[in-house]
Design a protein around this ligand. Structure first.
Ligand code: NAD
Ligand code: ZN
Length: 373
């Protein structure tokens, strides 16, 4: 790992499927030490997208080669559209043409799009081949690469087809964040803030002091932020791999976020992390309105911090003059609905989440209206 920044190794504890998350600066160049020894048979597939390929693929291939592993790359077009069954079919065709055996792994080098797609492909290719994640966006480093959810989108909606499939190892190099566009970096940072809000007041306090450096891709601060976030996610996933309980806390802010993302149409106008930023403010607001939280700091400190990092704290920039009923209807389309009641992750305090079912539509409409001018 980079000489002046110390790295960390965490584990996602899932019995015989326990796997390491290696986090550091310069770790991509050390793929020969971390991943190559876990590859049997001397070959692997590497899935990536055009943007990442241009910047980081050559180094990965060279380092694998030096470790005696030949990489077969498959490059998809950057963007959410690549998370489709059509791309899965093309990838499977290209991979099967190499006559792989079950030992030949798939490595995902990219953001959440590549990770979700490659994980899905790995889980169905020959009924499952080994899978490795090298996430290259802040969002994928702190969220999508850990936890084993894979998937693609269909006309019926996002992520409705997929598998739970754990990687053998997640290798995180914070140095690759230096090439990530600032807006993507900030969007990923919203998920980092989420971990503080749902699970650790201390971490949130650290972010209040250091968040701007994280957003500016300071390597040492990124290692701490990514490692703490992954540690929280790993603990939650180990407790509840298939999301029957506490894993749902990771959806803090997401019921609101998903509605506005759907309204905006996933065309890049509103990034997921931006929607999560103001979605968390709305969820904190709801926590206060329902009396789950008593201290106004829950909303005030969150809002101030997000704003200081250049993240949106209300949806007005993206979804102006949207009828609050439309927002509520879209919230009903979310997977987190039971009967007529919507399920929300709320906060008791900064660092403590609680699940609540809400059936008071008027209270929800009132809240949404206050964000709809
Ligand atoms: N599996 C899960 O648990 C989970 C969790 C959260 C999100 N997701 C999924 O993740 C996806 C979003 O992931 P994302 O935000 O990483 O988006 P993304 O993969 O589309 O990446 C964002 C953009 O950054 C570019 N990029 C990536 N790394 C780069 C780098 N180092 N330098 C320069 N450019 C780079 C990409 O080409 C792309 O244009 C969504 O499909 C979402 O559903 C999955
Ligand atoms: Zn999210």
């Amino acid at each position: 790992m980079g000489s002046d920044v110390s790295g960390r190794i965490l584990h996602v504890e899932l019995k015989e499927r326990t796997y390491p998350i290696v986090i550091g600066s310069g770790t991509l160049a050390e793929v020969g030490a971390y991943i190559a020894p876990m590859i049997d048979g001397g070959r692997c597939f590497v899935m990536t997208d055009g943007n990442v390929a241009e910047r980081h693929l050559r180094l990965l291939i060279a380092k694998l080669d030096a470790a005696g592993v030949r990489a077969v790359p498959f490059i998809v077009r950057a963007g959410e559209q690549s998370k489709s069954l059509a791309v899965v079919e093309r990838a499977l065709g290209a991979f099967l043409a190499e006559k792989p055996d079950r030992r030949m792994p798939v490595i995902a080098l990219g953001g959440g799009v590549v990770g979700d797609l490659a994980g899905f492909v790995a889980s169905v290719l020959l009924r499952g081949v080994p899978f490795f994640q090298i996430p290259t966006t802040l969002l994928s480093q702190v969220d999508s690469s850990v936890g084993g959810k894979t998937g693609v989108n269909t006309v019926q909606g996002k992520n409705l087809v997929g598998t739970f499939y754990q990687p053998k190892c997640v290798l995180i190099d914070v140095d690759v964040l230096a090439t990530l566009p600032e807006r993507e970096m900030r969007a990923g940072y919203a998920e980092v803030v989420k971990y503080g809000m749902i699970a650790s007041a201390d971490f949130f306090a650290w972010l209040q002091d250091n968040g701007r450096d994280v957003c500016a891709a300071d390597a040492e601060k990124c290692v701490h932020a990514v490692a703490t976030s992954c540690g929280i996610k790993a603990r939650i996933v180990a407790e509840d791999e298939k999301e029957t309980g506490v894993r749902a806390h990771l959806n803090f802010g997401h019921t609101f976020a998903h509605a506005y993302e759907a309204i905006c149409g996933y065309d890049g106008t509103l990034l997921h992390g931006e929607a999560v930023a103001f979605g968390m403010v709305m969820a904190a607001d709801l926590s206060l309105r329902l009396g789950v939280a008593k201290d106004v700091k829950v909303k005030r400190d969150l809002k101030e911090h997000l704003a200081s990092c250049g993240l949106p704290t209300d949806p007005s920039l993206y979804a102006k003059d949207v009828n609050p009923r439309t927002v509520l209807d879209y919230m009903g389309h979310d997977k987190k609905v039971q009967g007529d009641r919507l399920r929300f992750v709320l906060l008791k305090n900064i660092g403590t989440a609680a699940m609540r079912y809400v059936d008071d539509r008027d209270a929800l409409l009132d809240l949404i209206s206050s964000y709809s001018s």
